[in-house]
Each structure stands twice: as structure tokens, then as C-alpha cells.
Design a protein around this ligand. Structure first.
Ligand code: SER
Length: 878
């Protein structure tokens, strides 16, 4: 039986033997903001199909990690998976249908030795060429089926429905999973019986947004063979879960769930398959830098983890954490193929543990609350739960709707989905309202969509120039366009040309001045972009502004320089973090102004002091290397990606982008203003590193003058401390140690003095006991330590039997010390103290020479002490 590892190798070897270059699998997180996950082998090659980048070879072959959630509801059956591997061969303007079909045939029938009787193929209705090639290689004609764009175009329905991008007709290869049944009658198709294992796509067109099909510059091949499915059919199995890709995981599930998987369709067995699938996909996903969150990829990951936990706990009887119990097996199974699994093992398990802890906490607190609600009279009587209540559980506790529904159903109560959806809708509207309020901080220009195109025609020249002659093309008072604004009014000015950068991409807007020709010079308080309009906010402190006024716009250049230092350093910081902390680090937000930079990034645990130091060192190294930046405008997005530019997740980019490169260090898509050379940043210092949200850390740092003022401040502080300690600033450490020592010495001295003072107050009753000196004494309210040193002192003064008590009015303490002579006659401090403690309501004991104990009832003390001589007598043996 072929293992998945063997099958993967055979496929790659076969296509390498046909002159294909073996290319590594891409990350599950594609460098393509329009896609959540890599869902097919061709995703990383899109620019090669479009002809916007040049492939390293015209023939490539891969085994690609893929994640698809379109069929998530089917997962748990025998063939659907969220994570799977897709093997593929790809050609760009090289071979086409003939070779693709011939090699597929050779691989299936000769390498894998599959009998033709187990195979069937489909072709696109009008694809005579593909049909002809199948006949020629030896596929009987009654096994070739013709289907339309729904099944034989890739992506499916691309002709009528899109999506836009590279596409083409395909031919699919199916395997008979039930050969024991009678041959399927000619022309009949049974989905359950025929499993699709391989899809050969003839990528010829680039579908346009308007639906037209533009031929690509060349004819291409994109094939995809499902690794797990093919391994399944080759093993004669009917479920992907019966292959070596899943059996070790299922064995662990059986172990932790104390149950047996019976391959049935029972809810429990479905849950086993679902958990096995989800633990694979989530492990791989986290290894590629995705972290659980409430949106985008992070949300998909969170949902997968939560589904697995719920099934694991509720149906499979897990008492141990579900995810971290199983993920190590996934790492073991796939770690050889995907080394990132081993490299990021701690990160993967840490992320899963944190998410599971959080979710279990959510379930616990939400369940308690829900149970209260479900037992309320109203709900019990009506057997109905208002969806708004389910929503508030979700909103306040993150308690999933599905779980509310399930727990309610256990009690025969139904949940009103409609009112749940309504409440969710209202919440979304409120959130939108809140963001509108935020933008209202900038005057009230919250919505400028009504303004004509002219309002969006400003040419920005600020990447190269810090001043420009310009003309006012529009004036806004509030959201309304006006012809003029007078003294004392606030206005937003739109210019034909401006050097002032408008806030975006986390970089603050410029400030500066507008000097009207033959008029006043007005300070620009802020520059913002609202609905594509480049607005300069000014208070007209003197004179008037009119549409058509000519003016000279100048950027506050010092401030701009400080902003640039922080912005370029943010790129350096990201590069350093990825090196020191790991490739999973991605920007999750950034804020750059003249004073500092703030960078949020994906990472689950706090950075260690050593990591922070390393990051800081590396950024300063990049700065001091004095590397000149290479900034290129208007790069086609595909080309930028091919250069390796890091795009922000979830961010939308136009067709052409600006690439900011610090050669050898970082390459990012960015519209901000930057230094010419890293050395201009001066120096970089991290101020703080903290958590801002689950899985997101924040670093705040300063550069240039910021570092200078930090040093100056710290120097001043040091000088003040030195003055207070009366030493030179360079002797501060020494002085601090000395201070500490002196303090310790003083503390010891104080303790001794206290004991001495107390001893002077001891009401010494010294008597004789068989030639030994016995002292029984009571102190008022001294601590155990002092009592013990008092006893020492008495011993040193020649007393043989020291019995000391301290009375604080409520409780008592005892310290007994005996000389050697006293021990010799069998007196025992431990036994003496035991009696005394007992008589005063306490307990304790100790050694023969020294014992301490406490009692709880001080009123019993005099009586107890009075028994000492008798007690000694009882022990005494001369
Ligand atoms: N892109 C095609 C698919 O995903 C073939 O690789 O099916």
C-alpha cells in the first residue's frame, strides 16, 4: 500500500523526469489580499499565467498545502477536508493539452498501475481536442463524458459567473470506488461511486470584470491531484480517514476520548472525522502565521478550533485539552514535509492552548448564564427563546449561537433565529454609527461622496517636494462646497497640487502653511483624505479664502522628517521582528507620527528581554548600515508580489502599487513618505512592548530626536538621583549597592537593640532546679525572633533552662532553650513546649535543646507557666 509520503514523492519524481522544476509549497496564507487562503496549487503562480512575472522554469511541479472552507459543512463525511495537499504540474506557454493528458495517463496507468476499468474522464462540452487526446491514449469512448461549465471549467462557472482572472476548460479524472458493483451503464453517472482525483485545467483566458474572455498571452496548464483522495482509492479504502494521513490522529482521539472509532455514520464517528480534519488544518494554519481573531483568516481559524473543541468535549468525552493533545501528532505526521511545523511547534501549541482556555472559559460562563435563562418561567412555559437573548450571550460572552441552540434543544426549547439575525444587524449598524462619529472629529466631513470629481483631482507631489505653487479648486465649509470663507471660519481647502501628505496607512497627515499670494499665511492644522478628497484643514485667522486663489503650500519639514524616520523604522522593525521572533509576525496595525511609532503585530506571547534587545540591535544595525531606499511608483501588483513585497492582510490595493524597498532588509507595499537612506533615522529605541488584544502585541518606539530626548531625560534623572545619593552619576550603581548594604546593617542593629531593650525589661525569675539555673519569664508582645534571641542571651549568661513566653493580650508565644547540662539530665525543650502550648490552646514541639510554639489563649499563660517546675521534675533523671 502506498503511503501519502510515497505517493507525493512519486508524483514529484514523475514530473521532474518530464523536465519540470520542483517548486516548494507556498504558505497557506497567499501573498494575495483578495484571497483568504491558498486554495489550489496555481494560486502562487497567478502572475505567471497573466504574463506579468517570469517563472523560474516554464514547467513546474508542486505538492501544495491547501485550505478550503467552502465545503465546511460536509466535513465529517468520508471525503471532504478543509486542509488537504494538492499535487500539480504547471506549464506556462509550454506544453498544452496533448502532453498534459498523455502524462496523466502514463502516471495513472503505468506508475500507479491503475487499471483502465477503474477510470473515467469528463471534458468540457465543446473541447474536441481534449476528447481526441483521451481517445488516442486509450480511454474507451464510453468512459469519456462531456459536461458544461459547472463541472468542466475552472474555476467552476467562470464563463457565466466569474470570478475574474485566469481560467479555462478542464478535464477531470474519476476513480471507481465500488468496482464490486456491476459496471455503471454507459452514459450514467453516479456521484457516490466515482471519486474525482485529478483535474487538468487548460488555462487560456483571463476573464474580465465585464465577463468578456480575453485570451492569455500564452496557453497554460494547471493540474491538481488530491493527495489524500488518491491515496485513499489506491488503498482500496472508501474514506480519506482510512489513510496514513489520518489514522495516527484518530488513534490519539480514541486514546484521549476513551472511545473506539467504528467508521460509521454515527454522530460520534462524524465528530472523530471532523476533529481529525480540523486539528490538521488549524495546526498548519497557525504554522503559517494565522492567529485566532474575529475577522478574516483569524475568524476561520477560530471557528475551526472552536468546532473541534465543542465536538471533542461534548461528543468525544475529552477531559484533556483537545487541540494540544492532538496537534503534536499532526506535527509528527507532516513535520518532515513541512519543517515550519517543527520550527514553530511551541508557537502552535501555545496559540492553541490560549485559544482553548479562552473558549472554555467562554463556554463555562455563557453556559451558566444560559442555564439561568433557560430555567426562567417564561422560557420554560413558552418553550421558546428570544433570539435577542442568544445574541446578547454571543455579544457579551462570545458564546456561539450554535451552542445556545444545542443547549436549548436539550431542554426542548427552540431559539428564534430571525430575531437573532435582526439583533446582529442592529449591532452592525451601531458599529457603523460609531465609526462615523470618529470621523466627525475632523469637522463634519464624514461623507463627501456627493462632491464632483474635481474634489478628487488633487495631484500629490509630496514624495519629492515639500513646497508647491497651487490653486484653491474647492473650499468646504462642513460638507458643503462654498465660494469663499471669511475671517474666523474653519474650512477644508482642496488644491490642484499639494505637497502635504494626507493621513493614511497609519501615517499622520502633514501640517504646514498656505500662503495666499498677496494675502495671509494660514497654518494647516491637519491634512486628511475623506472619500478620496485631499483636505487641508485651516482656521482662517485673517483675510479671506476664495476658490481660484493662488497660493504657496509648504510642508512643516522638520516634523515631516521626524515622521519619515519613524515610518522607515517601522519597516525595519517589522523585518527585525520577523527575523528574531518568526515569520508569523505580520503587521496588524501601525501608527506613525512625529513623536513615535506604534507597531501592532501578530504574536501570542510577550517578547523576552533578550528578544527585545535583539530586535533593537538589529534595527539599529539596519540604520547604521546606511542603506539607500529604493522606492518605485506604479508597479503592477502582480510584479510587486513577484518581487516578494509584503502586502497587508485584508488591505485592498489598486492595480498598481508603490513598492518601498530597503534592499536586503525589507520590501513592502506602502504609500507613506520615507527617508532616502536608513542612516537618517539616527537611532532606534523601544519604549514598550505589551499586549493589545488576543494574539496581538504592540511595540512603541522612538527614533532620531526622540532617542536624543530620551537619553537627555534619563541623564537628568540619573543626575537627580546622584544628587540625592550624594555621589557622581558614574558611581550610581556602587552607591545603590552601598545604600542597600547600609540598610541591611541598620536593620540588624535595630533588631539587636530591640532584643536588648526587651531583655532589660525581663522580669527575671531565676530559681534553682537540681543545681541548674532555671529562668521562667514573660514578655509583653515581642516577636518570635526577638523571643528566641532573648533566650540565647539568657543561655549565654549562664542560665540552663530558659522558658520564655510572650503575651500579646490574646495569643502567646513560647521559646525554650536548654544548656547541655540540662539535656544531660533528660530535660527536653520540645516536650516542655508541647505541654505549655497545649495548656494555652495551641500545639507544637521541637528539639531537645530548642523549641518554639504558640498558644491561642493568653489567660491560661500564668497557670501554664506555674506547672513548669513539676513538669521538669517529671522528666528529670540524674
Ligand atoms: N486549479 C485546479 C483545481 O484547483 C487544478 O489545479 O482544481
Amino acid at each position: 500500500m502506498l503511503t501519502t509520503h510515497e505517493l507525493r514523492s512519486k508524483y514529484i519524481e514523475f514530473f521532474v523526469s518530464k523536465a519540470h522544476l520542483h517548486h516548494a509549497s507556498d504558505s497557506l496564507v497567499p501573498n494575495d489580499p483578495s484571497l483568504l487562503f491558498t486554495s489550489a496549487g496555481m494560486v502562487q503562480f497567478k502572475p505567471y499565467y497573466m504574463g506579468t512575472a517570469i517563472p523560474p522554469s516554464r514547467r513546474l511541479t508542486t505538492a501544495q498545502k491547501c485550505l478550503r472552507t467552502t465545503d465546511i459543512d460536509e466535513v465529517g463525511d468520508n471525503s471532504h477536508l478543509t486542509f488537504f495537499e494538492m499535487m500539480g504540474n504547471f506549464a506556462f506557454g509550454d506544453y498544452f493539452k496533448k502532453e498534459a493528458i498523455e502524462w496523466a495517463w502514463e502516471f495513472l496507468t503505468e506508475v500507479l498501475q491503475i487499471s483502465v476499468s477503474r477510470l473515467r474522464v469528463t471534458v468540457f462540452t465543446t473541447d474536441e481536442e481534449a476528447y481526441g487526446h483521451w481517445v488516442r491514449v486509450g480511454m474507451p469512448e464510453n468512459k469519456i463524458f462531456r459536461f458544461g461549465e459547472k463541472s468542466n471549467y475552472w474555476p467552476a462557472n467562470a464563463i457565466s459567473d466569474g470570478p475574474s482572472g485566469p481560467c479555462g476548460p478542464c478535464t477531470e479524472i474519476f476513480f471507481d470506488t465500488q468496482p464490486e458493483l456491476a459496471p455503471t451503464p454507459d452514459g450514467e453517472w453516479d456521484d457516490a461511486r466515482w471519486m474525482e482525483i485529478w483535474n487538468l485545467v487548460f488555462t487560456q483566458f483571463n476573464r474580465q470584470d465585464d465577463g468578456s474572455m480575453e485570451p492569455l498571452p500564452q496557453c497554460n496548464i494547471d493540474t491538481g491531484m488530491g493527495l489524500e483522495r488518491t491515496a485513499t482509492v489506491l488503498a482500496g479504502a472508501s474514506s480519506v480517514f482510512d489513510t496514513d494521513a489520518f489514522l495516527p490522529i484518530i488513534a490519539q482521539i480514541e486514546k484521549y476520548g476513551h472511545m473506539t472509532y467504528t467508521r460509521s455514520q454515527s454522530a460520534v464517528d462524524i465528530a472523530v472525522r471532523l476533529v481529525a480534519d480540523h486539528v490538521r488544518s488549524t495546526t498548519l494554519c497557525i504554522a503559517d502565521g494565522v492567529l485566532p481573531s474575529n475577522e478574516g483568516r483569524g475568524y476561520v481559524l477560530r471557528r475551526l478550533i472552536r468546532r473541534a473543541i465543542l465536538k471533542g468535549v461534548k461528543l468525544l468525552g475529552f477531559t484533556e485539552p483537545v487541540m494540544v493533545s492532538l496537534a503534536p501528532t499532526v506535527i509528527e505526521c507532516l513535520g518532515d514535509i513541512y519543517p515550519e511545523l517543527n520550527e514553530r511547534r511551541t508557537h502552535i501549541l501555545g496559540t492553541m492552548k490560549a485559544e482553548e482556555d479562552r473558549f472554555r472559559h467562554t463556554i463555562d460562563s455563557g453556559s451558566d448564564r444560559l442555564n439561568d435563562i433557560l430555567s426562567s418561567e417564561d422560557v420554560v412555559n413558552s418553550k421558546k427563546l428570544d433570539g435577542a437573548v442568544a445574541f446578547s450571550l454571543y455579544d457579551t460572552y462570545g458564546f456561539p449561537y450554535e451552542l445556545t441552540e444545542e443547549l436549548a434543544a436539550d431542554k426542548g426549547i427552540s431559539v428564534d433565529r430571525e430575531s437573532y439575525d435582526q439583533a446582529m444587524q442592529q449591532q452592525k449598524q451601531r458599529a457603523r454609527g460609531a465609526s462615523a462619529i470618529a470621523s466627525a472629529l475632523f469637522g463634519n466631513q464624514t461623507d463627501l461622496k456627493h462632491l464632483p470629481a474635481l474634489a478628487r483631482s488633487t495631484e500629490f507631489v509630496g514624495y519629492t517636494d515639500e513646497e508647491a505653487d497651487a490653486e484653491i479648486i474647492m473650499l468646504l465649509s462642513g460638507t458643503e462646497a462654498v465660494q469663499q470663507v471669511g475671517e474666523g471660519e474653519r474650512a477644508a481647502v482642496i488644491l490642484n497640487v499639494t505637497p502635504l501628505y494626507a493621513e493614511s496607512g497609519g501615517q499622520v497627515g502633514d501640517i504646514g502653511t498656505l500662503s495666499v499670494v498677496n494675502g495671509a499665511t494660514l497654518p494647516v492644522l491637519d491634512t486628511k483624505k475623506v472619500d478620496g478628497c485631499h483636505l487641508h484643514l485651516v482656521d482662517v485667522t485673517s483675510g479671506e479664502l476664495h476658490v481660484g486663489d493662488k497660493l504657496h503650500a509648504v510642508v512643516d519639514s522638520r516634523r515631516r522628517a521626524a515622521i519619515k524616520r519613524n515610518h522607515t523604522s517601522t519597516h525595519l522593525l517589522q523585518a527585525a521582528l520577523r527575523r528574531v521572533v518568526g515569520e508569523h509576525v505580520h503587521q496588524a496595525g501601525s501608527q506613525v507620527d512625529e513623536e513615535r511609532l506604534r507597531f501592532d503585530f501578530t504574536h501570542t506571547s510577550a517578547l523576552t528581554p533578550a528578544e527585545i534587545e535583539q530586535v533593537e540591535l538589529l534595527v539599529n544595525q539596519y540604520i547604521l548600515d546606511g542603506t539607500s531606499l529604493n522606492i518605485v511608483q506604479d508597479v503592477p501588483i502582480a510584479e510587486a508580489r513577484a518581487m516578494g513585497a509584503m502586502a497587508l492582510f485584508g488591505e485592498k490595493y489598486g492595480n498598481s502599487v508603490r513598492v518601498v524597498q530597503v534592499p536586503g532588509v525589507s520590501i513592502e507595499l506602502c504609500g507613506g513618505v520615507h527617508l532616502n537612506n536608513t542612516a537618517q533615522a539616527g537611532m532606534f529605541k523601544i519604549l514598550s512592548e505589551a499586549s493589545v488584544a488576543a494574539g496581538i502585541r504592540r511595540i512603541e518606539a522612538v527614533t532620531g530626536w526622540g532617542v536624543y530626548s530620551l537619553i537627555t531625560q534619563q541623564q537628568q534623572q540619573a543626575a537627580e538621583v546622584a544628587e540625592a545619593l550624594r555621589c557622581q552619576p558614574n558611581k550610581l550603581v556602587e552607591a545603590a549597592y552601598k545604600l542597600n548594604e547600609t540598610r541591611k546593617e541598620l536593620e540588624t542593629a535595630v533588631k539587636e537593640m530591640k532584643a536588648q531593650l526587651a531583655s532589660q525589661n525581663v522580669d527575671k525569675q531565676i530559681t534553682e532546679f537540681h543545681g541548674l539555673k532555671l529562668m521562667v519569664a514573660t514578655q509583653q508582645n515581642v516577636e518570635a525572633d526577638t523571643l528566641s534571641s532573648l533566650a540565647d542571651q539568657a543561655l549565654a549568661e549562664g542560665i540552663d533552662i530558659v522558658v520564655l513566653a510572650s503575651d500579646n493580650g490574646e495569643k502567646v508565644l513560647f521559646a525554650i532553650k536548654l544548656s547541655d547540662a540540662a539535656i544531660k539530665v533528660k530535660l527536653h525543650a520540645g516536650n516542655i513546649v508541647r505541654n505549655l502550648a497545649k495548656m494555652t490552646g495551641g500545639g507544637g514541639g521541637g528539639r531537645a535543646d530548642f523549641a518554639q510554639a504558640g498558644g491561642k489563649d493568653a489567660t491560661k499563660l500564668p497557670g501554664a507557666l506555674a506547672t513548669v517546675p513539676t513538669a521538669l521534675e517529671a522528666m528529670y533523671q540524674a
